[in-house]
Design a protein. Structure first.
Lengths: 237, 244
Protein backbone atom coordinates (compact mmCIF):
# COMPACT_ATOMS: atom_id res chain seq x y z
CA UNK A 1 0.00 0.00 0.00
CA UNK A 2 1.08 3.51 -0.67
CA UNK A 3 3.10 5.54 1.78
CA UNK A 4 0.53 8.10 2.85
CA UNK A 5 2.89 10.14 4.98
CA UNK A 6 5.41 10.91 2.25
CA UNK A 7 2.75 11.41 -0.43
CA UNK A 8 0.94 13.93 1.74
CA UNK A 9 4.13 15.52 3.09
CA UNK A 10 4.48 19.28 3.29
CA UNK A 11 6.74 21.08 0.81
CA UNK A 12 8.15 20.08 -2.56
CA UNK A 13 8.32 16.35 -1.94
CA UNK A 14 4.67 15.78 -1.07
CA UNK A 15 1.25 17.06 -1.93
CA UNK A 16 0.08 18.05 1.56
CA UNK A 17 0.46 21.80 1.10
CA UNK A 18 -1.09 21.69 -2.38
CA UNK A 19 -4.14 19.87 -1.02
CA UNK A 20 -4.56 22.38 1.82
CA UNK A 21 -4.20 25.25 -0.63
CA UNK A 22 -6.89 23.54 -2.72
CA UNK A 23 -9.12 23.49 0.36
CA UNK A 24 -8.47 27.23 0.70
CA UNK A 25 -9.70 27.81 -2.86
CA UNK A 26 -12.73 25.63 -2.24
CA UNK A 27 -13.61 27.65 0.86
CA UNK A 28 -13.01 30.97 -0.94
CA UNK A 29 -15.24 30.09 -3.90
CA UNK A 30 -17.91 28.69 -1.59
CA UNK A 31 -17.97 31.75 0.68
CA UNK A 32 -18.14 34.31 -2.15
CA UNK A 33 -20.69 32.25 -4.08
CA UNK A 34 -22.83 31.77 -0.97
CA UNK A 35 -22.76 35.51 -0.23
CA UNK A 36 -23.71 36.21 -3.84
CA UNK A 37 -26.40 33.55 -3.57
CA UNK A 38 -27.96 35.27 -0.55
CA UNK A 39 -28.03 38.62 -2.37
CA UNK A 40 -29.60 36.95 -5.41
CA UNK A 41 -31.96 35.07 -3.09
CA UNK A 42 -33.20 38.26 -1.42
CA UNK A 43 -33.80 39.82 -4.84
CA UNK A 44 -35.42 36.61 -6.09
CA UNK A 45 -37.72 36.40 -3.08
CA UNK A 46 -38.73 40.05 -3.58
CA UNK A 47 -39.52 39.30 -7.23
CA UNK A 48 -41.50 36.16 -6.37
CA UNK A 49 -43.51 37.93 -3.67
CA UNK A 50 -44.12 41.01 -5.79
CA UNK A 51 -47.72 42.19 -6.18
CA UNK A 52 -47.10 43.48 -9.68
CA UNK A 53 -48.77 41.20 -12.26
CA UNK A 54 -46.47 38.80 -14.13
CA UNK A 55 -43.37 39.82 -12.17
CA UNK A 56 -43.51 36.73 -9.89
CA UNK A 57 -43.49 34.64 -13.04
CA UNK A 58 -39.92 35.81 -13.74
CA UNK A 59 -38.85 34.45 -10.37
CA UNK A 60 -40.62 31.16 -11.05
CA UNK A 61 -38.82 30.79 -14.36
CA UNK A 62 -35.46 31.43 -12.70
CA UNK A 63 -35.89 28.96 -9.84
CA UNK A 64 -37.49 26.29 -12.02
CA UNK A 65 -34.77 26.46 -14.66
CA UNK A 66 -31.85 26.44 -12.25
CA UNK A 67 -33.27 23.68 -10.08
CA UNK A 68 -34.27 21.53 -13.03
CA UNK A 69 -31.03 21.66 -15.00
CA UNK A 70 -27.86 19.86 -13.83
CA UNK A 71 -25.42 22.21 -12.09
CA UNK A 72 -22.68 20.98 -14.40
CA UNK A 73 -24.61 22.21 -17.45
CA UNK A 74 -25.17 25.60 -15.80
CA UNK A 75 -21.44 25.83 -15.07
CA UNK A 76 -20.52 24.95 -18.66
CA UNK A 77 -23.03 27.48 -20.03
CA UNK A 78 -21.52 30.24 -17.90
CA UNK A 79 -17.97 29.10 -18.67
CA UNK A 80 -18.45 28.92 -22.44
CA UNK A 81 -21.17 31.55 -22.81
CA UNK A 82 -20.29 34.04 -20.08
CA UNK A 83 -17.41 35.57 -22.01
CA UNK A 84 -19.55 35.89 -25.15
CA UNK A 85 -22.35 37.54 -23.20
CA UNK A 86 -19.91 39.92 -21.48
CA UNK A 87 -18.39 40.82 -24.85
CA UNK A 88 -21.83 41.55 -26.30
CA UNK A 89 -22.58 43.84 -23.37
CA UNK A 90 -19.15 45.49 -23.63
CA UNK A 91 -19.69 46.13 -27.34
CA UNK A 92 -22.78 48.18 -26.48
CA UNK A 93 -20.48 50.49 -24.55
CA UNK A 94 -17.95 50.65 -27.33
CA UNK A 95 -15.41 48.14 -26.02
CA UNK A 96 -14.29 45.61 -28.60
CA UNK A 97 -11.69 43.66 -26.61
CA UNK A 98 -11.78 39.91 -26.09
CA UNK A 99 -13.27 38.83 -22.78
CA UNK A 100 -13.00 35.36 -21.29
CA UNK A 101 -14.04 34.38 -17.79
CA UNK A 102 -11.30 32.77 -15.73
CA UNK A 103 -12.05 29.71 -13.62
CA UNK A 104 -12.59 31.66 -10.40
CA UNK A 105 -15.04 34.12 -11.98
CA UNK A 106 -16.90 31.26 -13.65
CA UNK A 107 -17.06 29.36 -10.37
CA UNK A 108 -18.30 32.23 -8.29
CA UNK A 109 -20.85 33.38 -10.88
CA UNK A 110 -22.16 29.88 -11.59
CA UNK A 111 -22.41 28.78 -7.97
CA UNK A 112 -23.86 32.14 -6.92
CA UNK A 113 -26.46 31.79 -9.66
CA UNK A 114 -27.28 28.21 -8.58
CA UNK A 115 -27.33 28.79 -4.83
CA UNK A 116 -29.33 31.99 -5.47
CA UNK A 117 -32.20 29.88 -6.81
CA UNK A 118 -32.27 27.70 -3.71
CA UNK A 119 -31.84 30.73 -1.43
CA UNK A 120 -34.78 32.41 -3.17
CA UNK A 121 -37.07 29.60 -2.10
CA UNK A 122 -35.70 29.56 1.46
CA UNK A 123 -36.06 33.33 1.93
CA UNK A 124 -39.49 33.39 0.31
CA UNK A 125 -40.63 30.70 2.74
CA UNK A 126 -39.17 32.63 5.66
CA UNK A 127 -40.95 35.85 4.64
CA UNK A 128 -44.24 33.98 4.37
CA UNK A 129 -43.66 32.47 7.82
CA UNK A 130 -43.85 35.89 9.48
CA UNK A 131 -47.39 36.13 10.90
CA UNK A 132 -49.62 38.68 9.19
CA UNK A 133 -50.63 40.06 12.56
CA UNK A 134 -47.10 41.35 13.09
CA UNK A 135 -47.28 43.45 9.94
CA UNK A 136 -50.72 44.72 10.94
CA UNK A 137 -49.45 45.57 14.42
CA UNK A 138 -46.48 47.43 12.96
CA UNK A 139 -48.79 49.41 10.72
CA UNK A 140 -51.08 50.12 13.67
CA UNK A 141 -48.06 51.49 15.56
CA UNK A 142 -47.59 53.92 12.69
CA UNK A 143 -44.37 52.43 11.30
CA UNK A 144 -43.58 53.33 7.74
CA UNK A 145 -42.52 50.63 5.26
CA UNK A 146 -38.80 51.10 5.85
CA UNK A 147 -38.96 50.89 9.62
CA UNK A 148 -41.34 47.94 9.40
CA UNK A 149 -38.98 46.16 7.03
CA UNK A 150 -35.92 46.83 9.19
CA UNK A 151 -37.41 46.20 12.64
CA UNK A 152 -40.12 43.60 12.09
CA UNK A 153 -39.45 41.69 8.89
CA UNK A 154 -35.66 41.37 8.63
CA UNK A 155 -34.91 40.05 12.15
CA UNK A 156 -37.59 37.38 11.91
CA UNK A 157 -36.93 36.39 8.31
CA UNK A 158 -33.25 36.01 9.13
CA UNK A 159 -34.09 33.67 11.97
CA UNK A 160 -36.60 31.59 10.02
CA UNK A 161 -34.28 31.35 7.01
CA UNK A 162 -31.23 30.16 8.94
CA UNK A 163 -31.78 26.37 8.84
CA UNK A 164 -32.64 26.50 5.13
CA UNK A 165 -29.66 28.69 4.36
CA UNK A 166 -27.49 26.16 6.22
CA UNK A 167 -28.63 23.56 3.69
CA UNK A 168 -27.89 25.95 0.82
CA UNK A 169 -24.39 26.46 2.22
CA UNK A 170 -23.76 22.70 2.35
CA UNK A 171 -24.97 22.39 -1.21
CA UNK A 172 -22.77 25.26 -2.39
CA UNK A 173 -19.76 23.83 -0.61
CA UNK A 174 -20.19 20.42 -2.24
CA UNK A 175 -20.95 21.99 -5.62
CA UNK A 176 -17.55 23.70 -5.64
CA UNK A 177 -16.14 20.30 -6.59
CA UNK A 178 -17.81 20.74 -10.00
CA UNK A 179 -15.77 23.87 -10.67
CA UNK A 180 -12.76 21.56 -11.05
CA UNK A 181 -14.02 20.80 -14.58
CA UNK A 182 -13.20 24.34 -15.68
CA UNK A 183 -9.72 24.13 -14.18
CA UNK A 184 -9.83 25.92 -10.84
CA UNK A 185 -7.26 24.21 -8.60
CA UNK A 186 -9.58 23.55 -5.67
CA UNK A 187 -9.60 20.28 -3.71
CA UNK A 188 -10.94 18.05 -6.49
CA UNK A 189 -8.69 19.39 -9.24
CA UNK A 190 -5.66 19.17 -6.98
CA UNK A 191 -6.50 15.58 -6.01
CA UNK A 192 -6.98 14.70 -9.67
CA UNK A 193 -3.63 16.19 -10.70
CA UNK A 194 -1.82 14.59 -7.75
CA UNK A 195 -3.30 11.15 -8.33
CA UNK A 196 -2.43 11.39 -12.00
CA UNK A 197 1.21 12.19 -11.39
CA UNK A 198 1.74 9.71 -8.53
CA UNK A 199 -0.62 6.92 -9.72
CA UNK A 200 -2.09 6.84 -6.20
CA UNK A 201 -5.75 7.79 -6.67
CA UNK A 202 -6.92 6.25 -3.39
CA UNK A 203 -4.60 8.41 -1.28
CA UNK A 204 -5.65 11.66 -2.87
CA UNK A 205 -9.35 11.07 -3.34
CA UNK A 206 -9.66 9.81 0.23
CA UNK A 207 -7.78 12.94 1.34
CA UNK A 208 -10.17 15.04 -0.72
CA UNK A 209 -13.14 13.30 0.91
CA UNK A 210 -11.64 13.93 4.36
CA UNK A 211 -11.12 17.62 3.55
CA UNK A 212 -14.73 17.99 2.39
CA UNK A 213 -15.90 16.09 5.46
CA UNK A 214 -13.93 18.45 7.69
CA UNK A 215 -15.30 21.53 5.90
CA UNK A 216 -18.92 20.36 6.05
CA UNK A 217 -18.71 19.20 9.68
CA UNK A 218 -17.03 22.40 10.85
CA UNK A 219 -19.43 24.67 9.01
CA UNK A 220 -22.34 22.62 10.38
CA UNK A 221 -21.08 23.43 13.87
CA UNK A 222 -20.87 27.12 12.98
CA UNK A 223 -24.44 27.14 11.68
CA UNK A 224 -25.70 25.30 14.78
CA UNK A 225 -23.98 27.91 16.93
CA UNK A 226 -25.44 30.82 14.94
CA UNK A 227 -28.88 29.25 15.17
CA UNK A 228 -28.62 28.99 18.95
CA UNK A 229 -27.56 32.64 19.19
CA UNK A 230 -30.29 33.78 16.80
CA UNK A 231 -32.97 31.91 18.72
CA UNK A 232 -31.84 32.89 22.22
CA UNK A 233 -34.88 35.12 22.65
CA UNK A 234 -37.37 32.51 21.51
CA UNK A 235 -39.28 30.46 24.04
CA UNK A 236 -39.74 26.86 23.16
CA UNK A 237 -42.15 24.25 24.40
CA UNK B 1 -15.54 17.22 -37.52
CA UNK B 2 -14.52 13.94 -35.98
CA UNK B 3 -16.34 12.47 -33.06
CA UNK B 4 -16.72 9.00 -31.66
CA UNK B 5 -20.22 8.59 -33.02
CA UNK B 6 -22.15 9.19 -36.21
CA UNK B 7 -22.69 12.86 -36.40
CA UNK B 8 -26.24 13.84 -37.33
CA UNK B 9 -26.82 17.31 -38.75
CA UNK B 10 -29.45 18.06 -36.18
CA UNK B 11 -28.07 19.01 -32.75
CA UNK B 12 -31.25 17.79 -31.04
CA UNK B 13 -30.69 14.33 -32.48
CA UNK B 14 -27.06 14.45 -31.49
CA UNK B 15 -27.83 15.25 -27.85
CA UNK B 16 -30.65 12.68 -27.82
CA UNK B 17 -27.97 10.00 -28.37
CA UNK B 18 -27.01 10.53 -24.73
CA UNK B 19 -30.57 10.27 -23.45
CA UNK B 20 -30.50 6.48 -22.88
CA UNK B 21 -27.47 6.90 -20.60
CA UNK B 22 -29.16 9.57 -18.53
CA UNK B 23 -32.40 7.61 -18.23
CA UNK B 24 -30.85 4.22 -17.52
CA UNK B 25 -28.33 5.55 -15.00
CA UNK B 26 -30.95 7.56 -13.13
CA UNK B 27 -33.57 4.80 -13.33
CA UNK B 28 -31.19 1.98 -12.46
CA UNK B 29 -29.55 3.65 -9.51
CA UNK B 30 -32.86 4.95 -8.15
CA UNK B 31 -34.43 1.50 -8.35
CA UNK B 32 -31.47 -0.26 -6.73
CA UNK B 33 -31.02 2.54 -4.21
CA UNK B 34 -34.65 2.44 -3.18
CA UNK B 35 -34.48 -1.16 -1.97
CA UNK B 36 -31.10 -0.70 -0.32
CA UNK B 37 -32.45 2.44 1.36
CA UNK B 38 -35.37 0.55 2.92
CA UNK B 39 -32.87 -1.88 4.40
CA UNK B 40 -30.62 0.92 5.60
CA UNK B 41 -33.51 2.83 7.17
CA UNK B 42 -34.59 -0.33 9.02
CA UNK B 43 -31.03 -0.88 10.23
CA UNK B 44 -30.91 2.72 11.41
CA UNK B 45 -34.14 2.20 13.36
CA UNK B 46 -33.14 -1.21 14.73
CA UNK B 47 -32.67 -1.52 18.48
CA UNK B 48 -28.98 -2.51 18.17
CA UNK B 49 -26.68 0.43 18.87
CA UNK B 50 -23.65 -0.76 16.83
CA UNK B 51 -25.86 -1.33 13.77
CA UNK B 52 -27.44 2.09 14.20
CA UNK B 53 -23.99 3.60 14.28
CA UNK B 54 -22.89 1.87 11.10
CA UNK B 55 -25.97 3.11 9.28
CA UNK B 56 -25.52 6.61 10.65
CA UNK B 57 -21.84 6.70 9.62
CA UNK B 58 -22.73 5.54 6.11
CA UNK B 59 -25.37 8.22 5.66
CA UNK B 60 -23.12 10.88 7.17
CA UNK B 61 -20.14 10.02 4.96
CA UNK B 62 -22.10 9.96 1.72
CA UNK B 63 -24.05 13.11 2.45
CA UNK B 64 -21.06 15.17 3.56
CA UNK B 65 -18.84 14.55 0.56
CA UNK B 66 -19.49 15.63 -3.03
CA UNK B 67 -20.76 12.97 -5.40
CA UNK B 68 -17.84 13.73 -7.70
CA UNK B 69 -15.40 12.51 -5.02
CA UNK B 70 -17.40 9.31 -4.67
CA UNK B 71 -17.41 8.74 -8.43
CA UNK B 72 -13.66 9.35 -8.72
CA UNK B 73 -12.89 7.15 -5.72
CA UNK B 74 -14.76 4.26 -7.27
CA UNK B 75 -13.66 4.77 -10.87
CA UNK B 76 -9.98 5.65 -10.33
CA UNK B 77 -9.48 4.33 -6.80
CA UNK B 78 -10.85 0.79 -6.73
CA UNK B 79 -8.54 -0.45 -9.48
CA UNK B 80 -5.59 0.37 -7.28
CA UNK B 81 -6.37 -2.57 -4.99
CA UNK B 82 -4.97 -5.82 -6.30
CA UNK B 83 -7.69 -7.73 -4.51
CA UNK B 84 -10.27 -5.88 -6.57
CA UNK B 85 -8.36 -6.52 -9.79
CA UNK B 86 -8.25 -10.23 -9.07
CA UNK B 87 -11.85 -10.55 -7.92
CA UNK B 88 -14.78 -11.66 -10.02
CA UNK B 89 -16.07 -8.08 -9.83
CA UNK B 90 -13.24 -6.69 -11.95
CA UNK B 91 -14.91 -7.17 -15.34
CA UNK B 92 -17.65 -4.88 -14.00
CA UNK B 93 -15.61 -2.37 -12.02
CA UNK B 94 -13.28 -1.90 -14.97
CA UNK B 95 -16.15 -0.39 -16.94
CA UNK B 96 -16.96 3.27 -16.41
CA UNK B 97 -20.70 2.70 -16.58
CA UNK B 98 -20.76 0.07 -13.82
CA UNK B 99 -18.66 2.39 -11.66
CA UNK B 100 -21.19 5.12 -12.37
CA UNK B 101 -24.11 2.87 -11.42
CA UNK B 102 -22.31 1.85 -8.21
CA UNK B 103 -21.45 5.42 -7.20
CA UNK B 104 -24.90 6.81 -7.98
CA UNK B 105 -26.60 3.90 -6.21
CA UNK B 106 -24.51 4.20 -3.04
CA UNK B 107 -25.13 7.95 -3.03
CA UNK B 108 -28.89 7.83 -3.50
CA UNK B 109 -29.16 5.03 -0.91
CA UNK B 110 -27.82 7.41 1.74
CA UNK B 111 -30.24 10.22 0.88
CA UNK B 112 -33.24 7.96 0.30
CA UNK B 113 -32.76 6.07 3.56
CA UNK B 114 -33.15 9.35 5.46
CA UNK B 115 -36.33 10.12 3.51
CA UNK B 116 -37.76 6.67 4.24
CA UNK B 117 -36.70 6.87 7.89
CA UNK B 118 -38.61 10.14 8.16
CA UNK B 119 -41.65 8.44 6.62
CA UNK B 120 -41.42 5.47 8.97
CA UNK B 121 -41.14 7.75 12.00
CA UNK B 122 -44.17 9.72 10.86
CA UNK B 123 -46.51 6.71 11.17
CA UNK B 124 -48.48 7.25 14.40
CA UNK B 125 -47.67 4.72 17.11
CA UNK B 126 -51.40 4.18 17.67
CA UNK B 127 -51.55 2.51 14.27
CA UNK B 128 -48.90 0.02 15.30
CA UNK B 129 -50.73 -0.62 18.57
CA UNK B 130 -54.00 -1.14 16.73
CA UNK B 131 -52.32 -3.58 14.35
CA UNK B 132 -50.86 -5.46 17.31
CA UNK B 133 -54.27 -5.53 18.94
CA UNK B 134 -55.65 -7.08 15.76
CA UNK B 135 -53.08 -9.84 16.20
CA UNK B 136 -50.84 -8.92 13.27
CA UNK B 137 -47.27 -10.20 13.37
CA UNK B 138 -44.28 -7.97 12.75
CA UNK B 139 -43.99 -8.77 9.04
CA UNK B 140 -47.66 -8.33 8.31
CA UNK B 141 -47.78 -5.15 10.36
CA UNK B 142 -44.91 -3.68 8.39
CA UNK B 143 -46.30 -4.72 5.04
CA UNK B 144 -49.92 -3.68 5.56
CA UNK B 145 -49.86 -0.84 8.07
CA UNK B 146 -46.49 0.84 8.54
CA UNK B 147 -44.85 0.68 5.13
CA UNK B 148 -47.71 1.92 2.92
CA UNK B 149 -48.21 4.96 5.13
CA UNK B 150 -44.49 5.64 5.40
CA UNK B 151 -44.10 5.58 1.63
CA UNK B 152 -46.95 7.96 1.08
CA UNK B 153 -45.50 10.30 3.67
CA UNK B 154 -42.07 10.12 2.05
CA UNK B 155 -43.27 10.56 -1.52
CA UNK B 156 -42.91 14.36 -1.90
CA UNK B 157 -39.34 14.27 -0.55
CA UNK B 158 -38.59 11.28 -2.75
CA UNK B 159 -39.78 13.28 -5.75
CA UNK B 160 -37.03 15.79 -4.98
CA UNK B 161 -34.52 12.96 -4.77
CA UNK B 162 -35.56 11.73 -8.22
CA UNK B 163 -34.93 15.19 -9.68
CA UNK B 164 -31.58 15.36 -7.89
CA UNK B 165 -30.55 11.99 -9.31
CA UNK B 166 -31.50 12.93 -12.86
CA UNK B 167 -29.31 16.00 -12.43
CA UNK B 168 -26.55 13.99 -10.76
CA UNK B 169 -26.19 11.68 -13.74
CA UNK B 170 -24.54 14.58 -15.57
CA UNK B 171 -21.45 14.00 -13.38
CA UNK B 172 -20.77 10.67 -15.11
CA UNK B 173 -19.61 12.76 -18.07
CA UNK B 174 -16.38 13.26 -16.09
CA UNK B 175 -15.57 9.55 -16.31
CA UNK B 176 -15.85 9.25 -20.09
CA UNK B 177 -19.50 8.20 -20.34
CA UNK B 178 -21.06 9.82 -23.40
CA UNK B 179 -24.24 11.05 -21.74
CA UNK B 180 -26.09 14.18 -22.83
CA UNK B 181 -23.77 16.44 -20.82
CA UNK B 182 -20.56 15.11 -22.37
CA UNK B 183 -21.98 15.17 -25.90
CA UNK B 184 -23.17 18.75 -25.41
CA UNK B 185 -19.83 19.83 -23.95
CA UNK B 186 -17.84 18.24 -26.77
CA UNK B 187 -20.11 19.79 -29.36
CA UNK B 188 -19.78 23.19 -27.68
CA UNK B 189 -15.99 22.90 -27.65
CA UNK B 190 -16.03 21.93 -31.33
CA UNK B 191 -18.45 24.56 -32.62
CA UNK B 192 -17.86 27.46 -30.17
CA UNK B 193 -21.61 27.70 -29.76
CA UNK B 194 -23.40 27.12 -26.46
CA UNK B 195 -26.54 25.95 -28.24
CA UNK B 196 -25.86 22.24 -27.54
CA UNK B 197 -25.65 22.97 -23.81
CA UNK B 198 -29.03 24.73 -23.92
CA UNK B 199 -30.52 21.80 -25.81
CA UNK B 200 -29.20 19.38 -23.20
CA UNK B 201 -30.68 21.64 -20.51
CA UNK B 202 -34.07 21.40 -22.21
CA UNK B 203 -33.85 17.58 -22.22
CA UNK B 204 -33.06 17.52 -18.50
CA UNK B 205 -35.88 19.97 -17.78
CA UNK B 206 -38.39 17.84 -19.65
CA UNK B 207 -37.29 14.66 -17.84
CA UNK B 208 -37.56 16.40 -14.48
CA UNK B 209 -40.91 17.93 -15.35
CA UNK B 210 -42.32 14.53 -16.32
CA UNK B 211 -40.82 12.90 -13.22
CA UNK B 212 -42.36 15.46 -10.86
CA UNK B 213 -45.71 15.11 -12.64
CA UNK B 214 -45.55 11.34 -12.25
CA UNK B 215 -44.81 11.65 -8.53
CA UNK B 216 -47.69 14.11 -8.09
CA UNK B 217 -50.01 11.69 -9.83
CA UNK B 218 -48.77 8.84 -7.63
CA UNK B 219 -49.28 10.95 -4.54
CA UNK B 220 -52.84 11.65 -5.65
CA UNK B 221 -53.47 7.95 -6.27
CA UNK B 222 -52.05 6.95 -2.91
CA UNK B 223 -54.11 9.30 -0.80
CA UNK B 224 -57.77 8.71 -1.66
CA UNK B 225 -58.61 9.05 2.03
CA UNK B 226 -57.40 12.64 2.09
CA UNK B 227 -59.51 13.70 -0.88
CA UNK B 228 -63.00 15.07 -0.91
CA UNK B 229 -65.47 12.42 -1.97
CA UNK B 230 -66.83 12.98 -5.45
CA UNK B 231 -70.30 14.47 -5.16
CA UNK B 232 -73.13 12.20 -6.20
CA UNK B 233 -71.06 9.07 -5.84
CA UNK B 234 -70.89 9.01 -2.05
CA UNK B 235 -72.28 5.86 -0.56
CA UNK B 236 -74.89 6.38 2.12
CA UNK B 237 -73.02 4.57 4.89
CA UNK B 238 -69.93 6.70 4.15
CA UNK B 239 -71.95 9.73 5.15
CA UNK B 240 -72.78 8.05 8.42
CA UNK B 241 -69.06 7.57 9.10
CA UNK B 242 -68.39 11.21 8.28
CA UNK B 243 -71.10 12.37 10.63
CA UNK B 244 -69.15 11.18 13.68
Amino acid sequence: MADWMSLLAWGDSGWGDEMIRGAGWTLLVAVIAFALGIVVGIAGAAVKLSQVPFVPLLGDVYTTLVRGVPDLITIYIIFFGGGQAAMAVARLFGHTGYIEFDALTTGVLALGFISGAYATEVIRGAVMAVPKGQIEAAKACGMNRRTMFRRILVPQVARYALPGLGNVWQLTLKDTSLISVVGLTEIMRQAFVASGSTKQPIVFFVSAAVLYLALTSLSNKVFDRVEIVANRGVRRA
Amino acid sequence: MTTLFDHPDNTWELIANGLPWTLSLAGGSLALGFFLAIGLALVRLSPFRPLQWVAYAYVYLFRSTPLLVQIFLIYYGLGQFEAVQKSFMWPFLREAHWCAVLALTLNTTAYTSEIIRGGLLAVPWGQVEAAKACGMGMGLRFRRVVFPQAIRQALPAYGNEIVLMVKSTSLVSTITILDMTLIARKETSATFSIEPLFIAAVFYLVINFLATRAVMWLEYRMSPDLREARTGKTLPDQDVVRAH
